[in-house]
Design a protein around this ligand. Structure first.
Ligand code: ZN
Length: 205
């Protein structure tokens, strides 16, 4: 169903000013490489193609005025990340990592890169920090317990919050209902809201 929808999107995208029209849900506008590439194709563009796609995502989308623009970047410190820091003025960066050592190494590289290019570090989010078994409620720290918290402390940045590994976050997303809408009173929704509140405060929203 989702795939059918996506393959038709190309026709819907371009507005009057020849700009891409973002998709909107619950007042949140989104634009993604995933919308521009057929679902069965992987994005393996390099160099100029990446630059061109970034140019389009950053400058040729009809956002129509926003409170905040969040850029979800892949881990790493390559062309994509550097181009973004060069092309637009960022209020800051939020580093998201699981508590696992391997993931934390990428996180540290990200922290170093943002410091080098003078982008403020708003804080760190510890993702998938605890798995609560839907059957018995037992809590398991699959990727380790407090790795991201320790790294945030070592790097001198604030830990903004913990997002649990919860199958319902995935289910909610698949149904097109973000977890903060699907069950606003839940522990997992509160985790997202608290992180958003802290980031909002830091960037003066
Ligand atoms: Zn269990």
């Amino acid at each position: 169903m989702l795939q059918d929808k996506r393959s038709n999107l190309a026709n819907l995208f371009v507005g009057a000013e020849n700009q891409l029209i973002p998709l909107t849900n619950y007042g949140v506008k989104t634009m993604s490489m995933g919308y521009l590439v057929p679902p069965s194709q992987a994005v393996v563009w390099r160099g100029l193609m990446v630059q061109k796609a970034l140019q389009q995502l950053l400058h040729e989308v009809d956002w129509g005025g926003l409170d905040v623009l969040v850029l979800d970047l892949p881990p790493g410190t390559g062309d994509t990340q550097l181009t973004i820091t060069q092309q637009i003025e960022l209020d800051g960066a939020v580093i998201v990592s699981t508590p696992q050592d391997l993931a934390l190494r990428d996180a540290v590289k990200g922290i170093t890169m943002f410091r080098k290019v003078d982008v403020a570090l708003l804080g760190m989010v510890q993702n998938m920090s605890v798995f609560v078994c839907p059957g018995c409620g037992e809590r398991t720290h699959i990727f380790g317990r407090e790795g991201a918290r320790r790294e945030a402390e070592a790097s001198g940045i604030e830990l903004l919050g913990d997002v649990p590994l919860d199958v319902r976050i995935c289910d909610d997303a698949d149904r097109g209902r973000p977890t903060v809408v699907a069950e606003p009173g839940s522990e997992r929704a509160k985790a997202f809201m608290e992180i958003a509140r802290k980031v909002g405060e830091k960037i003066g929203l």
